[in-house]
Design a protein around this ligand. Sequence first.
Ligand code: NAP
Length: 284
Amino acid sequence: MGAQLLDGKLISAEIIAEVGAKVAARVAAGRRAPALAVVLVGDDPASAVYVRNKKLACEKAGFRSLSYELPASLTETELLDLVRKLNEDPEVDGILVQLPLPKHIDADRVIETINPLKDVDGFHPYNFGRLALKMPLLRPCTPHGVMVMLEKTGVDLVGKDAVVVGASNIVGRPAALELLLARATVTVCHSKTRDLADKVRAADVVVAGVGIPNFVKGDWIKPGAIVIDVGINRLDNGKLCGDVEFDVARERASWITPVPGGVGPMTIAMLMRNTLDACLNLNP
Ligand code: NAP
């Protein structure tokens, strides 16, 4: 029997519609709509697609979106000045600086300059630290989207063995903190992990964020496990695929996310939710 699919497109559309309904009610009550400032530096084609999708989601949610599309030659000082200006602008609730940034700009410094209350990506050390301390405020979007998908399975995560493959700051680490917050027992794997296959074989929940196509083999998946594939990899034939060997894994798992149409759309939905939350926190 094959796994049930977790349809990220559908869940994401539901969340954006919920956010949109709250925004409409707020506007009907005479308050302004939430506003998200999206900053894109340079001409990375994948980033341009992400930014376009984020702007489209803003429209659907009824947000005002402010777009700053800046040349790759922008200096770090100029970018920091823009971030500070947006921090101080009372009409702006959320600030998103699309990563990756050109090499001459220190992304960590940029993230740390964003007002944590407007950090709708949830990347600022303040927001990351709050998640680590079990008092999340603006949660990193992709791992938060993973948790919403897990919630949709109806499976109680308390005491489950979760394995996160990948330990990056935007995927693996915050996903591990989210799973810990949900009271799972969490193992975080990275490029130096030994006996990875055995660790995955023992997992009730597998979250993969590695960036290597089909890296997690389908026959590593414990029968009945839940598989969340965060990977988005473009193959030579132009098709997208995840980090998990989907066809084999799907025969063993109880629930699985497809790529595309899985975690990807959830990230944008959680960005919309964070922007509404930021607006409500800043302008109660
Ligand atoms: P990243 O920064 O390159 O991190 C990759 C992680 O995988 C690192 O922790 C690395 O370990 C680990 N890794 C690499 N090779 C490994 C191996 N052989 N065995 C075990 N672990 C290994 O990548 P990322 O930014 O987290 O992205 C991961 C994937 O998620 C990519 O496909 C990306 O496109 C996708 N992604 C999707 C979304 C979404 O919205 N769905 C959002 C963000 C990213 P070390 O720490 O030891 O280097």
